[in-house]
Each structure stands twice: as C-alpha cells, then as structure tokens.
Write a protein that binds this ligand. Structure first.
Ligand code: NAD
Length: 359
C-alpha cells in the first residue's frame, strides 16, 4: 500500500485539492491502485492551529509518506508575520527536511489553449518542455551570506554561489533519466564563461553523458537560454540548471503557456519520493468562490503517479482526460475564451472525472 500525504494549505488550496482527490479516487478504482491518503496542516492554516507553519506531526507524516500532494500556502492574513514563521517557511522546511533537491517543472501548451500565450500561436502551439531545477543548493543556500559594514562605513551584501560535484551529479542524473523518458534531448544551462561553479557544472554534465548514450546533451549560456525560450521555445526538450537560473527560466517558460492555472510541478529526492504541487499560489483574490482552475493540481496528481508511484498508465489517463476536456471547450475563467463553456472549480473536476470514463 502506497501512502500519499495531502496538504491542502491555504486559500484556493482546499478547493483545488478536493477536485484532484476526486480524480485520484477514480483512477484508483479504475486501475486497482493500492494508495491510501492522509492529510495534515501546513502554511497559514497550520500557523492558526499550532503557531508554526510546519508542525512536527506534519513533518513526521511527510517523512512516512511515499508522496505528498500540496495545494498552496500563504495569504494576506499572514503577510505581516515574522519571516521565520511565515507560511512559505512550511514549504521550505518540507523541501529541506525531505531533501527534495530536484524540481521538475513541465511547461506544456495544449494546442487548444495556444491563444492564451503572449507569444504567437505558431511559435508556441504544442510546446512541451521540462525544466529540471536544482532546488536545495546554489546561491540561495551558499554560505557565507549576509550584509556587512566595511571599514569605510559602506555596507555590502554578499552571497556564495557553490555546488559540490555530488550535488551536480545527482541533479544531472535526474535530468538525463527524465530526458531518456521523453524526447532524448537535454540542454544544460550555465554561465561557463564567467562563473567557475558552472565550469565544474558543465564538466560533470559532460562526464555523465557517456552513461546515457540515448540522450543528446547540449550546453547553453543562461542569457541565450532566456532569449531562446521566447524566440523558439519548441527547440527544447529537457533543460537542467541550478537553483537561481532555474527559478527564473521556469517562470519564464511557465508564462509561455498563458495560464498559471495549468502548470503542475514535482520536487523529488534521490529515491523519487516527491512533493507535487501546482506552480501557482493560494490566489486569495478568488479563494472560496468556485473560480480556481484545478487542472494544475489534477496534473500534479498525474506527475505523482508517474514519478513517485510508478503508475504511468493511470498518469496517462489523467492527462488524456484533461486534454479531452479542453477539446470539448470546457474552461475555467482563467483560460476561458469566446465560444467556450465556462465552468467553476467543481464543474472542471466533474468534467475531468466524466472524461476519465472514455479514455
Ligand atoms: P498566485 O499564484 O496565488 O496568484 C496570481 C494570480 O493568478 C491571481 O490573480 C490569482 O487569482 C491567479 N491564479 C492563481 N492560481 C489560479 C488558479 N488555479 N486558477 C485561476 N486563477 C489563478 O500568486 P500571488 O497572488 O503572488 O500570491 C498569493 C499568495 O500565494 C501569497 O501569499 C504567496 O506568498 C503565495 N504563494 C504560494 C505559493 C505556493 O504555495 N507554492 C507559490 C506562489 C505564491
């Protein structure tokens, strides 16, 4: 029996996770999956109940689970709290305690939604990129860091950009494996001409390449990668990069798809245990109004089945059902366009559940 811990979080988290769980229930029945779910508090709702964003009980359950499904955390209610107990600390705590070092962010533009992108449909239609971002190292965590006052009295801010060989190798392996399961092309993004840490990054990627003869490895400078993402994004299959470059490039790639309500993500450890969540936040402006698009969370369930629970057939069925719903012109407000049928969160969940019967 596989264990999934469900963390709805705050804001629209409860609404979108409820629809994702209905979809999970349907595929469990259809494919005979042995999966049990439990739930716990994280983020603002955990602060309200216990005073901290990541209660001990939640962390214990998370450690015992095979996978975690998260809604979103945060909201104006908790914005003025001290940084140390803000809702986002709950997520960071989960990532670091569970050593979720590999962040997988697909950017898929369903042809049915090509008009939603800010780029021309002929440039982005059918886009299907996977960005693999290192999540627990690099300049966001490197020591020393801080703001210090120099003898002159002037202050200076400083951070340390550091990656060890083993950190680069483990994210490299995740990316090569992912490329192997997709189109067989991997682009490693660095700043090899300026930063020594990425000279080592490139060297390690090259060292790994012979072990994956079925994957074609290329390298690109991060500034060029940003340019290519908006110029000709379909040239990419899988991209792998460090924490900071990945943070920026994955948001850029996300926006190519037009709607943040469509994008799932996964954060994995070395054994493919993972936390799965939509890329968007808790959307307090639309919370509790049956307006949120649950598809990013439903697609996160598909990723969870594929990467942590080894149930690729069930994952394929969910993705096919989502595509069928879009084909049928059913849309939540964020992706709605003239001539389509507008539904709420619950209605979109109903549509995916109904479509699952036919895929
Ligand atoms: P957001 O992603 O919550 O919302 C940005 C805009 O997108 C809003 O207009 C919102 O209504 C819309 N939107 C987001 N998800 C949607 C969905 N599923 N369907 C339809 N529309 C959707 O980002 P924000 O407004 O910058 O942040 C709101 C809160 O979420 C903040 O407290 C922030 O800290 C938190 N946040 C959490 C996460 C996370 O839990 N991983 C990520 C980002 C932001």
């Amino acid at each position: 029996m596989k264990k999934v811990l469900v963390l709805p979080g705050d804001g629209i988290g409860h609404e979108i996770v409820a629809e994702a769980l209905r979809v999970l229930d349907v595929v469990k029945g259809r494919f005979g999956l042995a999966i049990e779910t439990d739930s716990a508090l994280v983020g603002g709702s955990a602060i309200d109940a216990t005073g901290v964003p990541l209660p001990e009980e939640t962390l214990t359950k998370a450690k015992e689970a095979d996978a975690i499904l998260l809604g979103a955390v945060g909201g104006p209610k908790w914005d003025d709290l001290d940084m140390a107990i803000r809702p986002e600390k709950g997520l960071l705590g989960l990532r670091s305690n569970l050593q979720l070092f590999a962040n997988l962010r697909p950017a898929i533009l369903y042809p049915q939604l090509a008009d939603a992108s800010s780029l021309k449909p002929e440039i982005v239609s059918g886009l299907d990129i996977l960005i693999v971002r290192e999540l627990t190292g690099g300049i966001y965590f490197g020591q020393p860091r801080g703001i210090r006052t120099l003898e002159s009295g002037e202050r200076e801010g400083f951070n340390t950009y550091v990656y060890s060989e083993s950190e680069i190798e483990r994210i490299g392996r995740v990316a090569f494996e992912a490329a192997r399961k997709r189109g067989g092309r991997l682009c490693s993004v660095d700043k090899h001409n300026v930063l020594e840490v990425t000279v080592l990054w490139r060297e390690i990627m090259d060292t790994l390449a012979p072990e994956y003869p079925d994957v074609e490895l290329s390298h690109m400078y991060v500034d060029n990668a940003a340019m290519q993402l908006v110029r000709a994004p379909r040239q990419f299959d899988v991209m792998v990069t460090g924490n900071m470059f990945g943070d920026i490039l994955s948001d850029c790639a996300a926006m190519l798809t037009g709607s943040i309500g469509m994008l799932p993500s996964a954060s994995l450890d070395a054994n493919n245990k993972g936390m799965y969540e939509p890329v968007h936040g808790s959307a307090p402006d639309i919370a509790g109004q049956d307006l949120a698009n649950p598809l990013a969370t439903i697609l996160s369930v598909a990723m969870m089945l594929r990467y942590s629970l080894n149930e690729a057939t069930a994952a394929d069925a969910i993705e096919a059902a989502v595509s069928a719903v879009l084909d049928a012109g059913i849309r939540t407000g964020d992706i709605w366009s003239e001539g389509c049928e507008k539904v709420g969160t619950r209605g979109m969940g109903d549509a995916v559940v109904a479509a699952l019967a036919d895929v």
